[in-house]
Write a protein that binds this ligand. Structure first.
Ligand code: AMP
Length: 187
C-alpha cells in the first residue's frame, strides 16, 4: 500500500486530536504532534524543554530551524516508514518549504483540513467551561489560527494536495469522511 503520509489541519475544537488517534490506529502510522513532543520535553525538564516552555507560555512559536530539526529526526524513525500523521507542523511558510525539502521523494498523500465554522467551535469550547475559555480569548486564538494557517492551506492547494473535510457532525461521521478522502487518494 502507498504510504499514508498526511498533514492534518484544523482549528482548536475541530476534533483533530480525536480524529488523528482514530486514523493512527486504522492505518498503523504514528501521530506526530509537535505540540505533544514539545510538552514532553517540558515535562522531562531538559534544557531545551525549559526554553520551549518560555516560548509556549508566551504564546509564541519555537524557531523554525529547531522545529524542522525535530520533525526531520522524528520522520526518519522506522515507525514512520509506513507513513505518519503530522499535526501542528508546518506552522509557517518556511516550515512548509522545509518539509517539502526534507521529505524529498517521500511524497505526501494529502493535506487534510478539518473544517468547522468558527461559531460551532466557539459553542463547543464554551460548553467545556474551562476558565481560560472566555469568548474573547477563544476568538483571539481562532483569529491567530486563521492568520497563520490560511497561507499554508494555499501552499498545499497549490501542490494539489489539499482536501477539505466537513468537520460538523458526529465523531463517526467525520471519521467516515476522513476515511473516504484517504481511500480516494490511495486509489
Ligand atoms: P499545539 O499543541 O500544536 O497547539 O502547540 C502548542 C505550542 O507549541 C504552540 O503554541 C507553539 O508555541 C509550540 N509549537 C507547536 N508546534 C509548533 C511548530 N510547528 N512551530 C513552532 N512552534 C510550535
Amino acid at each position: 500500500m502507498c504510504p499514508v503520509r498526511l498533514v492534518v489541519f484544523g482549528r482548536q475544537g475541530a476534533g483533530k486530536g480525536t480524529q488523528c488517534l482514530r486514523l493512527s490506529e486504522r492505518y498503523g502510522v504514528p501521530h506526530v504532534s509537535t505540540g505533544d513532543m514539545l510538552r514532553a520535553a517540558v515535562e522531562a525538564g531538559t534544557p531545551f524543554g525549559m526554553k520551549a516552555k518560555a516560548i509556549m507560555d508566551a504564546g509564541e512559536l519555537v524557531p523554525d530551524d529547531v522545529m524542522v530539526g525535530i520533525v526531520d529526526e522524528r520522520l526518519g524513525q522506522p515507525d514512520a516508514e509506513p507513513g505518519f500523521l503530522l499535526d501542528g507542523f508546518p506552522r509557517t511558510g518556511d516550515q512548509a518549504d522545509a518539509l517539502d525539502r526534507l521529505l524529498g521523494e517521500r511524497k505526501l498523500l494529502a493535506a487534510l483540513n478539518i473544517e468547522v465554522p468558527e461559531e460551532v467551535v466557539i459553542e463547543r469550547m464554551l460548553a467545556r467551561g474551562r476558565p481560560d475559555d472566555t469568548e474573547d480569548a477563544i476568538r483571539r486564538r481562532l483569529e491567530l489560527y486563521v492568520e497563520q494557517t490560511a497561507p499554508l492551506l494555499d501552499h498545499y492547494r497549490g501542490l494539489g494536495l489539499l482536501v477539505e473535510i466537513d468537520g460538523v457532525g458526529t465523531e463517526d461521521e467525520v471519521a467516515g469522511r476522513l476515511r473516504s478522502a484517504i481511500e480516494n487518494r490511495l486509489g
